[in-house]
Every structure is written in structure tokens, then in C-alpha cells.
Ligand binder design. Structure first.
Ligand code: SF4
Length: 324
């Protein structure tokens, strides 16, 4: 179960005298919202966004303004986009309420048995509240825990500073949370092994095999893209993913290297959207870096993220004997 902080949301609605709100949440959390919506409906009019919501980058403030909502309740993430939203937005991170003690002890003993002396503790938004429990469990097991002071160990799919800043101090990382999305993002960005302490499965596992698979696949994607003549550069118009300047610079670099660059723009970008352009041989998505790395790639038409787009340019120029 998740804590949607109803009392905080309701207090903010009342304090501002809000008559209509728009609630947005990731698809995985929408199924748990019925009680929250029912209770909220007793104090104001509630609209719920049916759109997907992948992160704090994915704001519904413009849509809220269009339907006359005076407040957005953004569930599942913390504030990501700098500056003020177009409609007042309250972030409700929705921590996952779990009994974590057994898992923390299991993870601590696993780290100990593997001979790690110092372990970095990281977590996603739903599980950052448990970093302290894992720090205690590791300490009790005789393993020194390390947590990045600036972030409290919080990582996002595209922000892994909490791990990178302490990488030199630790032997391995312990990520608290489920799935592969966040721990794999860290595992790609650091050289140390990342373990997942998963409260949904109550198990501890390594990301090493998945990391090797993804890195090999990314290398393949860059090599294949280098063979393309026609490359699509995609600008994502979501508020926290909008990166027009970089997209234009990459396109300029591609053209200077003799490629045909096509500028594409859109909100919801996925492989099925890109498949509508069969004349384009590969794509560089300058929005969320994980669209490229986490989607099933078309073996004929590789998709890169922005960082890989820059690597591609270097690679092309090196192949042409140019200075980079
Ligand atoms: S850009 Fe991608 S990884 Fe980063 S917060 Fe948004 S959806 Fe998550």
C-alpha cells in the first residue's frame, strides 16, 4: 500500500480555496487511487488524468489550466522541473508502506557474505524513507553504509548522482525498490555492482547480467546508427524533457558530417510512434534518456538517447578522420 498523504493534500486544497483539482499519477499507482479520489471529492471537484505519467518531468499543469483546475496533485514523484508550474502543483511522492526489517537484514547479511566492507545505499522515490533502516541493518551486520548527503540516496531513472558521488568510497551499491528501471540506470552509470533489495518480492538480487546485456545493446545501437544516412532527431515537448537546443546542435553536427537530419517533435514518444517514419534509418531522442535504453529496439532502426547521440557524432567524425 502507498501513503498518498490525503491530509496534506486536503489541507492545501482548503487553504487555497481550490474548487477543482487535477490528479495525476503513474499508471502503476492509479489502481490504488479510489479512496483518495472519493475523499477528495467531498471537498472539491476532482478530475483524474488518464495520461501516462513517467516522472516529475511529466507535468499536467497545461492540461489542468485548460480544464479550469486551480491545482494539480502530482502523485508518485518529487518536484523535477525548475521554475513555477503554470498551475499550482503539489507533489505527493507516495511512499510504499512495507515491513522492511526482514529485507534489510537479508540484504545486510548478503553484503557481508560477499565480503563488501562499504556499501552505498540508494533508493527510488517510493522507498527513500527506508534508507535509514538499511543503514542500521548494514551497521549491525558489520558493513559500513555510505549515503550521499546531498540527495539522501534518492535516484531517478535519469539522475544517478546519489550513486556517482560516492562510487569511489564503496565496494558495491544496495538499491531499495522494485523492478529494473532505477537500479539498471545506476548500474549503467557506475562501475561497482548494484544489488536490488526488492520489497515486493522480498529478495536481494544482482543487476550484473542485465547491466552487461544493456551495455552490449547500447554499443550495438551506436555502431548501427553510425551506418545510417537519414537520422531523426526527436525533441520531446514534455516540460521536463524539452531539450531543443541540444537537439538542434546534434542535427547541425550530423549535417556537417554529411548525414541527413530530420527534426521530429512530439509529446508521447515510443517505438510505435517512430515506426511511422520508415524512411528514417535511426533516431536520437533528446528527451527522457530511458526511452531509448529501455525500449525493445528495432534491429533495423536503432534508437539512441541524447548522450549516445553525442557519442555517435564523435564516432562518425573519428571515422572520417576529423578532429573531435
Ligand atoms: S526524464 Fe525519464 S527518467 Fe527522468 S524523471 Fe522523466 S521519465 Fe523519469
Amino acid at each position: 500500500m502507498y501513503d498518498f498523504e490525503f491530509e496534506r493534500a486536503a489541507a492545501e486544497v482548503k487553504r487555497r480555496g481550490v474548487k477543482r483539482v487535477l490528479v495525476q499519477a503513474p499508471d502503476g499507482l492509479k489502481q490504488f487511487l479510489q479512496e483518495f479520489i472519493s475523499r477528495l471529492s467531498e471537498i472539491c471537484e476532482v478530475y483524474v488524468s488518464v495520461s501516462p505519467c513517467y516522472g516529475g518531468c511529466d507535468l499536467e499543469d497545461e492540461r489542468a489550466a485548460r480544464i479550469g483546475a486551480e491545482m494539480v496533485l502530482h502523485i508518485g514523484h518529487k518536484k523535477f522541473v525548475g521554475g513555477a508550474e503554470k498551475v499550482h502543483t503539489v507533489y505527493l511522492p507516495a511512499p510504499h508502506l512495507a515491513n522492511i526489517d526482514e529485507l534489510a537484514n537479508l540484504a545486510a547479511h548478503e553484503m557481508k557474505e560477499r565480503g563488501f566492507k562499504k556499501v552505498g545505499v540508494i533508493a527510488n522515490t517510493q522507498h527513500a524513507i527506508y534508507v535509514g533502516d538499511f543503514v542500521s541493518a548494514l551497521g549491525t551486520a558489520g558493513v559500513a553504509p555510505v549515503v550521499d548527503g546531498e540527495t539522501g540516496g534518492l535516484v531517478l531513472g535519469c539522475r544517478t548522482d546519489a550513486a556517482k558521488r560516492i562510487e569511489g568510497e564503496v565496494d558495491a551499491f544496495l538499491f531499495i525498490g522494485g523492478g529494473e528501471f532505477h537500479p539498471l540506470g545506476v548500474a549503467i552509470d557506475v562501475e561497482k555492482e548494484v544489488f536490488v533489495a526488492d520489497p515486493y518480492r522480498n529478495e536481494v538480487r544482482s543487476t550484473d547480467a542485465a547491466r552487461r546485456r544493456v551495455l552490449a545493446q547500447r554499443w550495438w545501437a551506436i555502431m548501427e546508427a553510425a551506418k545510417s544516412r537519414r537520422i531523426g532527431v526527436v525533441v520531446v515537448t514534455k516540460p521536463g524533457q524539452f531539450n531543443l537546443h541540444s537537439a538542434e546542435k546534434i542535427a547541425w553536427g550530423l549535417r556537417a558530417a554529411g548525414k541527413e537530419a530530420y527534426m521530429l517533435a512530439g509529446d508521447e514518444i515510443g517505438m510505435e510512434r517512430l515506426s511511422a517514419f520508415p524512411f528514417i534509418e535511426s533516431f536520437i531522442i533528446t528527451g527522457c534518456p530511458r526511452i531509448a535504453t529501455d525500449s525493445t529496439q528495432d534491429p533495423q532502426r536503432p534508437v539512441l538517447n541524447e548522450a549516445e547521440g553525442w557519442k555517435l557524432l564523435e564516432f562518425i567524425k573519428l571515422g572520417q578522420g576529423q578532429r573531435v
